[in-house]
Design a binder for this molecule. Structure first.
Ligand code: NAD
Length: 505
């Protein structure tokens, strides 16, 4: 059967490679459950070859003048922008996310970060410092590229994740071997070709294909100096553990169960919009989702009513239609996982179902594309009267499932304690007109990414990373570049003052 996309395999030495193993898998269109392309799993010798290609390219790339590296990466950002809609279409096929999202967020935010880091290194971002110790002695520091780095991606923002890892990595002078999620691999070799077209030399950005075993082999490869990982907490723990054995640098961008706090004086329409964004954007498949929505008792009824009105404006359906703003879940296993949480919420947690549920969405039966009935479609679901110990409140569902938790208006201290009562600490947010109170609350929340009166925006300038089990390190912003260099400090003494502990007594 001919598939919509040509087969994908590894990419290294500046070109697409032929299959290096007999094993392969298919990537599936989540809207219809139909296959999109065959993907050849990269064998261990193929991974070795990709790492060798990156190792060979490292000396010249790391020695390339910053301004020249910047120019090449800026060109890649321009190509990404020029091909935005074509790449967004691929992402929509692969992830199921509506084109209205992928064409305005996924490629754009990836290209922004590439441009940001290119400009940063072109503008002196890799300069070290000079510290004058005394008139004839000083310390100078240099920022040095790490070497071959591994990037391992999740499926929810495929090209964005690939760019958020490779942009600072390459800008800092490293080379990369990138493994996309096996559920969404289509963007990976397209990105490699765009880098090549922009002038990135062969071996600087490479791709291997496959699942957890490919990621695990890459992580423990002795020639890999750093692993930047995005995925679940449980996988991140394995990856960080394996990398620790080789004393490798790591960045871990992991899951969350973030608190979206509505304070009693909040503008209720703004707060409802925030809660909608924090739960239903990307069909709830956003790591920073604010799935625990804390609502004061005084406005709970009004908040629920407005939420129900808003949910009616979610437009699921043809993912390529620019008016659609809600797609299917990414894969069959993920669909089954989300449905099992919804059923658990009803049957075991006994939360009150405000809307949605585990049934197939009603619109599916009359949709013009009959294949959609096989897709991984769910209905936006809201539970209310939830309590802190329910499983749906404690565990990351990663789907369009909101839990409403109420609190006594005057008890902000226990509200904060409840918001922090979780092992993860990725994001949090507060809605209020009282900005003093907003800063006080934000200051006490245990999360690395926080918002006041908005939700979800993550511009290139903003460093993002989780606290607690949600991760280690940050991506983006000025600190994002530091994650891809190692420091060397040199003390120069022009007075010839060698310590004399070994002088003759
Ligand atoms: P996952 O952990 O299942 O897989 C992530 C990647 O790890 C995939 O490429 C997978 O093949 C690979 N992998 C699996 N086992 C491995 C192993 N032992 N060694 C090395 N690699 C291995 O995660 P997922 O389901 O793809 O993504 C969803 C998760 O990602 C959610 O928890 C979400 O919160 C998180 N996420 C976090 C951020 C962030 O910035 N913090 C961003 C996006 C997604």
């Amino acid at each position: 059967m001919s598939l919509p996309y040509p087969p994908r395999s590894a990419y290294y030495d500046g070109k697409l490679q032929s299959a290096s193993s007999t094993s392969s898998f298919q990537t599936i269109d989540p809207a219809t459950a139909k296959p999109l392309a065959n993907i050849h799993t990269t064998s261990q010798s193929g991974i070795d070859a990709a790492v060798a290609s990156a190792k060979k390219a490292f000396p010249a790339w790391s020695a390339t003048p910053h301004i020249e590296r910047a120019r090449i990466l800026q060109k890649a950002a321009a190509i990404l922008r020029a091909r935005n809609d074509e790449l967004a279409k691929v992402e929509t096929h692969d992830t199921g996310k509506a084109f209205s999202e992928t064409s305005t967020v996924d490629v754009v935010t990836g290209a922004d970060v590439l441009e940001y880091f290119a400009n940063m290194v072109g503008g002196g971002g890799l300069n070290g410092e000079t510290i004058q110790l005394r008139p004839n002695a000083w310390v100078y520091t240099t920022k040095n590229a790490l070497g071959v780095c591994a990037g391992i991606g999740a499926w929810n923002y495929p090209i964005q994740i690939a760019l958020w890892k490779s942009a600072p990595c390459l800008a800092a002078g490293n080379t990369m071997v990138y493994k996309p999620s096996e559920f969404t691999p289509l963007h990976s070799t397209l990105l490699a070709e765009i880098y090549a077209e922009a002038g990135v030399p062969p071996g600087v950005f490479n791709v291997v294909q496959g699942g957890g075993d490919v990621g695990a082999y890459l992580t423990k490869h002795p020639d890999v100096a750093k692993v930047s990982f995005t995925g679940q907490v449980s996988t991140g723990q394995k990856v960080a553990g394996s990398a620790a054995g080789g004393m490798k640098y790591v960045t871990m961008e992991l899951g969350g169960k973030s608190a979206c706090i509505i304070l009693p004086d909040a503008d209720i329409d703004q707060a409802v919009d925030g809660a909608m964004m924090a739960n239903f954007f990307s069909t709830g498949q956003v790591c920073t989702n604010g799935t625990r929505v804390f609502v004061p008792q005084s406005i709970k009824a009004a908040f629920e009513k407005k939420l129900l009105d808003k949910v009616k404006h979610i437009r699921a359906g043809d993912v390529s239609d620019p008016n659609t703003n809600f797609g299917p879940l990414v894969s069959k296993p993920h669909y089954e996982k989300v449905l099992s949480y919804i059923k658990h919420g009803i049957q075991v947690d006994k939360a009150t179902l405000l809307c949605g549920g585990p049934e197939k969405p009603a619109w599916l039966s009359s949709h013009k594309n009959k294949d959609y009935q096989n897709g991984y479609w769910v209905t936006p679901t809201i539970f209310t009267d939830c309590t802190d110990n329910m499983r749906i409140v404690q565990e990351e569902i990663f789907g369009p499932v909101m839990s409403l938790l109420s609190y006594a208006d005057n008890d902000i201290a226990s509200l904060i304690a409840r918001a922090n009562n979780t092992d993860v600490g990725l994001a949090a947010g507060v809605f209020t007109k009282n900005l003093n109170l907003a800063h006080q609350v934000i200051g006490q929340l245990e999360a690395g990414i926080t918002w006041i009166n908005t939700w979800g925006e993550s511009p290139a300038e903003m460093s993002v990373g989780g606290w607690k089990l949600s991760g280690v390190g940050v991506e983006n912003g000025r600190k994002g570049l530091e994650a891809w260099v190692k420091n060397k400090s040199t003390l120069v003494d022009m007075g010839g003052e060698v310590p004399t502990v070994f002088a003759k007594l």
